[in-house]
Design a protein around this ligand. Structure first.
Ligand code: SME
Length: 174
């Protein structure tokens, strides 16, 4: 997605189109193709992850959306939208660590009920973490936090796992 200056005639900017009256599933159905269009033209993983967090935050209205990348056996904060967050999470800690260890999506309806939950923000009430797996290894996790309880369910898991597949297919060597 090149962005040219105002003085140049051709300006290529993407605007995300979302009808807020749609159901959560319909919003994902609308967003995923738009994400694909934006990221398939760019090879840089970080640039694409940054735009994915912007699209999900804008499209779904959650207050924290971000990636933790697996670096030397630890989850390290990557591109995100929202308040300042913890930079490193060891695999024995938090929802992110549990998702990376179990290689499974974890839906947390109430973060206070999740043993070991890491509260980067007291505003976080519920959470979903989705692992991005390539060659059998967890390369990163996507973490989304909501300010309300019970914000996530299997619909979110289904579409975010589709997103994970899309990203790992488009970036064969994460
Ligand atoms: N709550 C996460 C930590 C990351 S922040 O929510 C951004 C966890 O328990 O792993």
């Amino acid at each position: 997605m090149p962005c040219l200056g105002n003085e140049q005639k051709q300006i290529t900017m993407h605007e995300i189109t979302i009808d807020k009256a749609l159901s959560r599933a319909e919003i994902y159905e609308t967003l995923l193709p738009q994400i694909k269009t934006i990221i398939e033209g760019e090879q840089d993983l970080i640039a694409n992850l940054a735009n994915i967090t912007a699209i999900l935050a804008e499209g779904l209205g959650f207050f924290w959306v971000g990636f933790y990348r697996m670096i030397d056996g630890e989850l390290v904060l990557g591109p995100f939208q929202g308040p300042v967050a913890c930079t490193r999470i060891t695999l024995d800690r938090g929802v992110c660590g549990a998702s990376a260890t179990q290689k499974e999506t974890i839906v947390v309806p109430d973060v206070e009920q999740f043993p070991g939950h890491i509260a980067c923000s007291s505003r976080s009430k519920s959470e979903i973490v989705v692992p991005f797996i390539q060659d059998g290894k967890v390369k990163m996790v996507l973490d989304i936090d909501s300010e309300t309880l019970n914000s996530f369910d299997q619909t979110d898991a289904k579409y975010l796992e589709q997103l994970a597949e899309m990203v790992t297919n488009l970036h064969p060597n994460i």
